[in-house]
Design a binder for this molecule. Structure first.
Ligand SMILES: [Zn+2]
Length: 219
């Protein structure tokens, strides 16, 4: 317990430091940074959440954030379009789960099997296409650094987001989102959520910062 408390204190200190850096740059980066920080926590919790209702709620918050963040000049939208992208049949889904690897690995490694499987070929089209949202800190090319990266199902955002033909493909894709949580910029992935903030606090902070950024864009 003591350890958890110390880790939370460290997260808090780092968050304060990150806000200072963002604020120095611009008001927009300050507001974007704060929302995206909490959206990252929301996304991490959503991935791990076992409760269906809560999980859906967290994913809907994430979705909302993506739509708002898309308006910022700090956001770059790209696409991930696997060669095989129809929804897997039940049997292949089971096989995928048993491999304990991410979906993009499976789609590639089992490409031939999936193309030959009649049930898979009847699956929903474009199912595994993704949009990636990268948040960068600096708008100058030489100085820019990646702060966050999110992946979102194409089918969920396709009505509001650019058509795929207009977008570049992601350079690397390993299925994992990325977030600057540490002020040092290091060790930001694979957070042990036991040591993170409570979901209640995360949602509260998310909502506050969502409203702030929404107001900024509608001003
Ligand atoms: Zn199949």
């Amino acid at each position: 317990m003591i350890e958890t408390k110390m880790i939370r204190e460290q997260y808090k200190d780092d968050y304060i430091e990150l806000q200072k850096q963002w604020r120095k740059h611009s008001k927009e980066l300050f507001l974007v940074g704060k929302l995206v920080y909490w959206a990252y926590w929301v996304s991490k919790y959503a991935e791990k959440c076992k409760d269906v209702e809560e999980r859906q709620h967290l994913f809907s918050l994430k979705n909302k954030a993506m739509l708002l963040l898309a308006k910022s000049k700090h956001t770059q939208i790209r696409k991930y379009v696997p060669e095989v992208n129809k929804k897997l049949c039940r049997q292949h889904y089971k096989i995928m789960k048993s491999k304990h690897r991410n979906i993009c690995w499976f789609l590639d490694a089992y490409k031939q099997d999936l193309l030959e499987c009649e049930s898979c070929q009847m699956g929903e089209e474009q199912y595994y296409n993704l949009y990636s949202l990268a948040i960068i800190d600096n708008l100058e090319k030489e100085k820019k650094k990646l702060l966050y990266i999110f992946y979102n199902p194409y089918l969920l955002l396709s009505e509001q987001f650019p058509v795929l033909e207009e977008l570049k493909s992601v350079k690397h894709f390993n299925g994992k989102e990325y977030g600057t949580i540490r002020a040092s910029g290091k060790g930001t992935v694979d957070l042990d959520l036991e040591d993170g903030f409570s979901v209640k606090l995360i949602v509260k902070k998310f909502n506050q910062n969502y409203e702030e950024l929404r107001e900024y864009f509608s001003a």
